[in-house]
Every structure is written in structure tokens, then in C-alpha cells.
Design a binder for this molecule. Structure first.
Ligand SMILES: [Cu+2]
Length: 158
């Protein structure tokens, strides 16, 4: 019966390590903070989602795609400066550094919603699903907000 403690220890280690594995998905390590979607006037078919992503893990995590029932096509975008103009460009992934954060905001990284199925009015909620490089997914609901364009124009001029 002296071996029992060792067997118990082995069993516990096994349970503990499988528990750790179950918690190591990107979707569990990433927190979504203050998500919102830009309100657009009737007839406009594109919008964008913004949010802050916090990574609690020791490894870099990457978003490789996104989807939403509100839009036919969802792409990961960034803005680049090109001859004094700001242009949007599609990118393959958005990285969130280990123990760090990445902010998606107007004029920078964003989740592009293309071919909107309905108008997006302030007060509505839009569901967005992020897919990470390890295949895990995270869905969040983002309120639709009016975003002041004059601030964007100032940013675009400098
Ligand atoms: Cu875009």
C-alpha cells in the first residue's frame, strides 16, 4: 500500500497537465475589451469593428480571420501611409504579443465589414467571431456607435 501515494501523485499530475492543455487555447488567453462597430448611414455597404485585445499567455497569438452575420465578407485590415494619403490594406493576420495588447482603432488596424446585410444604427449589436492561428474561435457582441469623422480627417492629413 506504500505505492498508493505515488500512484495518486501520478494521477493528479495527469489530470493537472490535461487541465492546463485545455486552457492553453488562444481563445481562452485573449480578452476582448471595449469592442464597437462604426454606425453607417443607410445605403453604405461597408463598416468596421474596433476593439482592444489583451493576451494573458506567454506566447504571441494571432487572429487569422474573422466573420460576422452582419456582413457578407469580413477582412482583417490596416491603414498605411502612402504619399501622404492613408490607404486601407488587407492583412493576413493580426498579432497580439505575449503578455501584451493590440488595439484596433479608427485610422489603424480594424476588422472590415463588407457588403453589410442591414443598416447599422447606434444602439444595435453586431456579433463578430475571431479565429486564431491555433484554430480556436472567440465570439463577441459589439455595440454600434457613431464615430466622428472629422477626427479621422485630421489624422489623414498629417
Ligand atoms: Cu478596411
Amino acid at each position: 500500500m506504500k505505492k498508493l501515494p505515488y500512484i495518486m501523485f501520478a494521477l493528479f499530475s495527469l489530470l493537472f497537465s490535461s487541465h492546463l492543455q485545455a486552457n492553453s487555447q488562444a481563445s481562452d488567453d485573449i480578452s476582448i475589451i471595449d469592442p464597437y462597430v462604426r454606425a453607417v448611414p443607410p445605403g453604405q455597404k461597408i463598416s468596421a469593428a474596433f476593439l482592444q485585445l489583451d493576451n494573458a499567455s506567454d506566447t504571441m497569438q494571432s487572429i487569422v480571420s474573422a466573420s460576422s452575420p452582419a456582413a457578407e465578407v469580413v477582412e482583417l485590415h490596416t491603414h498605411i501611409h502612402d504619399n501622404g494619403m492613408m490607404k486601407m490594406r488587407r492583412i493576413k493576420k493580426i498579432d497580439i504579443p505575449a503578455k501584451g495588447q493590440t488595439v484596433l482603432k479608427p485610422g489603424g488596424l480594424h476588422i472590415m465589414l463588407i457588403d453589410l446585410k442591414n443598416n447599422l444604427k447606434p444602439g444595435q449589436e453586431v456579433s463578430v467571431t475571431l479565429k486564431f492561428s491555433d484554430g480556436s474561435e472567440k465570439t463577441f457582441s459589439a455595440p454600434v456607435r457613431k464615430i466622428q469623422m472629422p477626427g479621422m480627417m485630421k489624422k489623414m492629413q498629417h
